[in-house]
Design a protein around this ligand. Structure first.
Ligand SMILES: [Zn+2]
Length: 216
């Protein structure tokens, strides 16, 4: 708390204009940012091909790649539009331990854009796995999610698109659609499992560790 206050004071002294950027950001906003708690606005269909909406989609892809995430929603880059992207490459899966790939049902998802997505649950079975979020940097928790869902929305060309996702990809889609409704995984998690991803390193370093809010 004390250290944080010191940091805030330091940042405040730099002046209100220091480092100010306008959304869509090239960084991911963190929990506490009011943008993450708003219900995002529907994108008018004729405006999907507009420069401003296309810019948001491009930025989402760019930030997704920069952070190496599996999904990214517009509110996370400061924009309250109902847009999210997802991608899980074979390369990312190859770096993941085989038992995790199997137990979580991970499978490759090509880069996919959903605008004004609607979620339909196909299999109401709840599956519990460890989940994190770029907007709650440095933490994980066990979160129950439906096993299979169908997402219907518009793609970046403004065409209607519909996809069925099962297991891990279904989790990604549910997590991202929650963002569009101002919800975070911490609202759904088993609270006793909420953990700092680096709690062991905190002890090894005698507490001299910082959580980075940007990719390495
Ligand atoms: Zn998230």
């Amino acid at each position: 708390m004390g250290v944080m206050r010191k940091f805030l004071n330091w940042y405040g002294r730099l002046g209100p204009s220091h480092g100010k950027t306008l959304p869509p950001y090239e960084h991911v906003v963190q929990v506490g940012d009011p943008t993450l708690r708003k219900v995002s606005e529907l994108v008018p269909i004729p405006s999907i091909k507009s420069e401003s909406v296309q810019k948001v989609i491009k930025k989402l892809e760019c930030v997704l790649d920069k952070y190496g995430s599996l999904g990214m929603s517009a509110p996370q880059i400061g924009v309250n539009m109902r847009i999210f992207v997802m991608k899980h490459t074979n390369k990312q899966i190859s770096y993941t331990p085989k038992e995790i790939v199997k137990s979580r049902g991970m499978s490759a998802v090509p880069f996919t854009v959903f605008i004004n997505p609607k979620l339909k649950v196909i299999d109401y079975t709840k599956v519990v796995h460890s989940e994190g979020c770029e907007s709650v940097q440095g933490y994980l928790a066990e979160v129950p999610r439906y096993r299979e869902v169908e997402v219907t929305g518009y793609n970046s060309e403004g065409e209607i698109t519909s996809k069925i996702f099962k297991d891990w990809p279904a989790r990604i889609a549910q997590h991202e659609i929650d963002h569009l409704d101002g919800k975070l995984y911490i609202d759904r998690m088993d609270r006793k499992t909420f953990s700092c991803t680096c709690w062991e390193e905190v002890n090894l370093s005698k507490g001299k560790l910082v959580i980075p809010f940007h990719p390495e």
